[in-house]
Design a protein around this ligand. Sequence first.
Ligand code: PMP
Length: 396
Amino acid sequence: MSKSLDTFLEKNLNELKEQGLYNEIDPVEGPNGPIIKIGGKDLINLSSNNYLGLATNDELKRIAKEATDKYGVGAGAVRTINGTLDLHVKLEEKLAEFKGTEAAISYQSGFNCNMAAISGVMDKNDAILSDQLNHASIIDGCRLSRAKIIAYKHNDMDDLRAKAKEAKESGLYNKIMVITDGVFSMDGDLAKLPEIVEIAREFDLITYVDDAHGSGVMGKGKGTVKHFGLEKEIDFQIGTLSKAIGVVGGYVAGSKQLIDWLKVRSRPFLFSTALPPGDVAAITAAIQMLIDSTELHDKLWDNGNYFKAGLEKLGFDIGHSETPITPTIIGDEKLTQQFSKRLAEEGVYAKSIVFPTVPKGTGRVRNMPTAAHTKEMLDDALAIYEKVGKELGVIN
Ligand code: PMP
């Protein structure tokens, strides 16, 4: 190894470990359901984005196996050569139906979807107004586009309006985009989409909503844009296929013209192999389930509300979530990590989230109750929370 690389790695890794900021990864030894096995031990799982339990759904597993038998395990090429299977076309038609748009395009992950879509449309002559707490993949997509990035204070509509006005009146930019998460995953709060749309109309902004955590969760399962009835107002509806949908991938839903453009200009579509057939078939079926029934969505909210009420009753600070995502805010990074470690020893897997994922001093253990949990599992988790909370002095 090069000496300079060795010095760099050793110094920085040690620094992170000393500050309690080094994230240890625990491999899961089976399905990522409401109970997971780690280190040979069964734990109540409150850390997965598998909101509706679809990642382990038997019918979807059967459909994925059937498609794998028919098409093989890989798509074999990028979309624009011969990696576009009829399954991808069906998926994209289903996504457009699900999101109420003319068309949709899928990508290999939510992360590369943001890289693809932002840099596919914006360039160095443009500006992007971006919520300060937007997801890392949005930030990277903005950087890749080389547009001027103008961050606005989290969900602060006065700040957004002032910055939009200044950008528009400067006359410096060809196009200006406003970009936001639909649901902010660290706190579970929602973007103020009706106000954002109003500001966008006033200053002719392109609107871009990444609803990774809203699809399957908000708007009776159809997402945050649907929740606010703004399907006709948002230019880019982004989502992932890896959270509530339970599989892997990302998508843009929008006008036919927008999707036609992304098919010729977004680089992961042109230069990275298409999603595998088994996954595509399972995703299409999962979306159909969400179109046909709100049962899993309703169960998710019932469990989310139950768990939140339980934690609040015990005296935990659960922030201001508007979704089933339930942070337990601890503050100090080391205490947060100790809290999460003790929960795991007692039987609950709830991961600590600390700087740089969230601002310094706002460390939290984030809980994701899902549709697949039973009330008994949630009660057991609450009892463990009470024990560890008292032991570490987080609650009285
Ligand atoms: N956008 C947001 C808002 C996210 O929270 C995530 C997932 N962490 C992504 C994009 C990336 O999605 P994926 O995991 O499907 O790549």
